[in-house]
Design a protein around this ligand. Sequence first.
Ligand SMILES: Nc1ncnc2c1ncn2[C@@H]1O[C@H](COP(=O)(O)OP(=O)(O)OP(=O)(O)O)[C@@H](O)[C@H]1O
Ligand SMILES: [Mg+2]
Length: 427
Amino acid sequence: MELQNLKQRFDIIGNDPVLIRALEIAVQVANTDLSVLVTGESGVGKEVIPQIIHQNSARKHGTYIAVNCGAIPEGTIDSELFGHEKGSFTGATETRKGYFETANGGTIFLDEVAELPLSTQVRLLRVLQTGEFYKVGSSKVQKTNVRVVAATNINLPHAIRHGKFREDLYYRLNTVPIVIPALRERVADINLLFTKFAVDFAQKYKMPAVKLSPAAQHLLSQYRWPGNVRQLKSVAEQMSILEEERLIEPSILQKYLPADGPGSLPVVGGEFHSNDFVNDREKFYMALLQQMQHEMQALKNDIERLNGLVPLEGGEFGQMHALPSVVPSVPSVPSVPVASALQQAPAAQTISAAVSQHPASSPLNANDSGIAVDADYEEDLSIPNATDALIRRALKKYENKKDAAEALGISERTLYRKIKELDLEEE
Ligand SMILES: Nc1ncnc2c1ncn2[C@@H]1O[C@H](COP(=O)(O)OP(=O)(O)OP(=O)(O)O)[C@@H](O)[C@H]1O
Ligand SMILES: [Mg+2]
């Protein structure tokens, strides 16, 4: 496929030679059955690669399954991947097919592959080497023909040295390595991407696109982007919503570029003052952003405390080992509209594995405010969606609207308007 076509079809922006090379490799190996390992920092855009591979392969009419290995509890992952026999464990009331059986003739994308437990890694290696697997609780060997593409933002050689990942599996998965460069390594693409996102969000929120002054463009390209394209997209979204002035100068942009470092909270929220905002809508979004930050920080603390309680091997809480993989590192920006690990491939028959199979059992689908916290679910992480959740929550919590409005940090008038918009009167 022509490169321009490919980029258009998969909505990929950028001309960086290393990125282009990665796309070319994906296309070149698509029609083989070689395993591909996609690596790169968080947010660089790894998830489009397995889709390119599947769509450009002879398997494109087969099933494509994206599995977020970090989102499935350790206790059920073998059964999810390989299926189980009726009665093989409590709750196994029916025999069930696993993804490797369902995807026979198609492609499986194992996202966050480094999160797989070692015992599952053994099963995976076997199916990669021989096409053979066993259902959990069965001694009957089964055959399948599945192409595997895996991705991780973890340094696997490091994980191998620490006994967390099997070296033999690493070599087997890494037959074709595809590395997606960090955004800071493709400086010339940064402003291109920003412009594209600004235009997209202008359309989404029905307002003119924000534009950067030349000095702001320079600042944008000099920033380190620890969250890569995902962070850039989120900054574009926040600015689109919050900034009245559509021409952005460096002094404004600066507020959206948090100091780099673990746990660094966004500057947004901390540094804004209510009189920076001209109208209610902006105040409202600001309050929302602040509240989301607090919620996420609180949730993160809870999870960290929980992790502290979980024994390291086995034990009663063994199944919670999957938690660390889905701990939301408080993102450097509160609203991250992330392409889901489980998103639909553009055309083929696709099964969104972890989501469709785990709507309720997954520990982090949403906290009690309804704010989704794990970036890799097929969730609506948009600000409008989170807004609705917060409003519902405030209305539940406070008997009178005045208190609810106060808690939300918005005027009663705005609250009444939102209630009407959302049709919340009965509730
Ligand atoms: N070149 C690009 N052009 C347009 N959008 C991009 C590009 N690269 C990444 N994105 C967007 O950035 C966001 C993050 O990308 P993606 O979800 O693929 O990250 P990732 O590498 O899988 O990160 P993680 O390791 O955290 O899962 C998505 O919304 C994706 O659509
Ligand atoms: Mg991803």
